[in-house]
Design a protein around this ligand. Sequence first.
Ligand SMILES: [Ca+2]
Length: 353
Amino acid sequence: MVGAEFCVKVTMKLKRNGMALFAAIALNLMAAASLAQTASSVTAAKVIIDTDIGDDVDDVFAVGLALSSPELKVVGISSAWGDTALRSRMVDRLLCETGREDIPSLQGISKTGTGAGAFSQKPWAMAGIEHPHNDAVAFLLDQIKQNPGEITLLAIGPLSNIGAAIDRDSETFRKLKRVVMMGGSIYRGYDDGLGLIAPAPPSPEYNIAMDPAAAQKLFHSGVPIYMMPLDSTQLKFDETKRALLASISTPLTDSLQVLTAEWTRVTHQPTPTMFDVVAAAYLVDPKACPVTPLHIEVDNAGSTRVQPGLPNANVCLQQQEEAFFKVLVPRLMNQRLTGTHVCIAPGKTSAAP
Ligand SMILES: [Ca+2]
């Protein structure tokens, strides 16, 4: 049974009778056993996540998926763009809630620009405990030096930290194994994501358009790029899936629910779009978004166009709804990540101001 079908059928059963709950739990446990087997039989891929977590809500789903996937070893999480101090504080709280404070949380460059998104999940982030953070760009370059050819960079925000790393030490940056990124718009722009109207024509995509100069440096860096553009990432975490997520309570699923609610309060949208999560899912299972080699050029306005020339990016052009949710949903439902202590600063709450 495929992911979307699985969600619909499980939810319908839950509505019909309680016995089906046990069937759903049994299915989850079987999948969990399968995941554990996978983890023990392969070496986890080393990943650094560079994220503008806190604006749109897809970043925290992407980080949550990475933390829930035994196929990945998250080496560090760096904050990108805008208020990177608060973003790192939000990462700290997420790592505390999920019992993964062994993962370093790094602060990136605090650049901003016209059209930048609002920090919708500020109340949850502000309630976290303040810690000092080391420099994200130095950490990235150090990790590449220590693990040449082994580190995958999952880039799910504007690319300022990446541009700075290339400026600081392009030779070391080239020793990344690859960059897997959400970004760009090849044949499809932002649309309703439902396929009910004709796809919108391509337009500058946020992660590229906030810092086109940094994107240009990345696409000319020589590092293998795996690119998930708007063409393949406008998948909806719809009401059925939200209901399924709400049927269990773990620190991660509770956090995802509150953060989605905070995002909804600011944006007046009920349904998250899984932009960044598709890039994370590709890391777990490439079938979640198969790629095509293309030569991509980034212009100064942030458009990403196919041009003649040797391929410099592997691009996923067609979204794979069933394969994607089959990666995401079981992992979120099966994880039992749990911290061991309070993650909210004394006297603080996550209440909106
Ligand atoms: Ca993002």
